[in-house]
Design a binder for this molecule. Structure first.
Ligand SMILES: [Zn+2]
Length: 387
């Protein structure tokens, strides 16, 4: 679902990122408003006026979505649930949290802050419309855009308050169940089952639009939304389960110290002949005179032109050491799993400064989780901390 993300700017200290899908969608929405929606709903303007109305609306939509997400982010920060970024993607925005929420009260208030902000924005745009209409009755296009933005914000508020996880209403519901049962995993499961029911309703409605009304556009739109709600709910359940099973375990518990390392001076063909074929590792940490320098993966080797294998050296192909591919021995295992999932990595290096200790692989963590889940199905219980 996610495309490449770019950071647009920082707002209240949070990086605001946009997914490629959002940029594509904003162009599509702008085009639809200018050529279809506005001429139909507000007839009698010139094409230039419709263009200005379209651009003003897309700016207003952008501000509305950011306001909604910033409201989530500010409350999250207030309750010490750090926000990593605000990302705009195909269905609006999402405030990406670092890890799971720490207590139900914070989660509840964070969840409802977004829709409350949208409702306030809706009232604000409607009030602005009334004022413009009163004092500048001839500025028809201006108050029509303000009225449109008011309605849109109200729609965002109403849609998000549906108690279907991972929508805001579903998150609030999860917080309530979490408080009642004192079990985040159970609460996430129940809330996302309701989310799944809502997703099926959306998919059924999508089919209805397509079959009965031959309305492909809104059919596809509701269908995509249904798939998104379903997929995101299932992902959140997995995420919460793995977090609660791994608990406070650090990566040192899952460390594989017996890993063959290579020198940066090797050529790629030497690496393939003498290391890859012999040790069957999918990646090799690169160690230069006792100091960890980076990692070279099979994937990086295979993406090279084979004729270059004879003269290219490991040093120029490896990924240098960064905080995206290496962690300290006390790093939380669940955070490491998150890191690997987010960056689609098969492993992370574990190092104490430049001193290489070993690697932690995604496969090992996943195997640990699947075994623990089978052996001790009662284990996933997180006791809520005080709010
Ligand atoms: Zn929201």
């Amino acid at each position: 679902m996610f495309f490449r993300r770019v950071t647009l700017f920082h707002f209240f200290g949070f990086p605001v990122k946009a997914d490629g899908s959002w940029l594509f969608l904003s162009v599509l929405i702008c085009w639809t408003l200018i050529n279809k929606a506005f001429p139909l709903d507000y007839p009698g303007h010139s094409p230039q006026t419709y263009q200005m109305m379209g651009f003003a609306s897309i700016c207003g939509i952008f501000a509305s979505i950011i306001a909604h997400e910033v409201a989530h982010a500010v409350i999250a920060e207030y309750y010490h649930m750090p926000i990593e970024s605000i990302t705009l993607f195909i269905f609006g925005g999402v405030a990406v949290m670092k890890g799971d929420p720490s207590h139900p009260k914070g989660e509840f208030l964070m969840a409802i802050a977004g829709p409350i902000m949208s409702a306030l924005m809706g009232l604000f745009f409607w009030a602005a419309k009334a004022l413009v209409q009163m004092y500048f009755p001839d500025a028809t296009a201006a108050w029509q855009v303000l009225g449109y933005l008011g309605g849109l914000n109200m729609l965002i508020a109403v849609f998000n308050i549906v108690p279907a996880f991972p929508l805001d209403g579903g998150r609030a519901l999860r917080a309530v169940i979490w408080k009642m049962k004192d079990n985040l995993v159970l609460a996430t499961r129940i809330a996302s089952e309701m989310g799944a029911c809502f997703a099926y309703l959306l998919l059924a409605y999508a089919c209805y639009r397509i079959v009965w009304f031959n309305d492909m556009l809104s059919g596809m739109w509701f269908g995509l939304l249904g798939f998104f709600v379903h997929g995101a709910g299932a992902y959140a359940v997995r995420q919460t389960e793995s977090r609660s099973l791994l608990g406070t375990e650090t990566v040192s518990r899952f460390l594989q110290p017996q890993v063959v390392t290579v020198s940066p001076d090797l050529t790629i063909s030497d690496l393939v002949d003498n290391y890859v074929y012999k040790h069957y590792q999918r990646s090799f940490p690169v160690v230069d005179r006792g100091e960890l320098a980076g990692i070279i993966t099979l994937q990086a080797i295979l993406s090279l032109d084979r004729h270059k294998w004879h003269w290219l050296h490991v040093a120029s192909v490896m990924e240098p050491l960064t905080d995206k591919n290496s962690v300290g021995p006390d790093y939380n295992a669940a955070d490491a799993l998150d890191l690997m999932q987010r960056l689609r990595k098969e492993q992370v290096l574990v190092a104490d400064g430049k001193n290489f200790l070993g690697i932690v692989s995604y496969r090992d963590l996943a195997a640990y989780l699947s075994i623990t889940m089978k052996i001790d199905s009662n284990k996933p219980v997180i006791t809520s901390r005080t709010a």
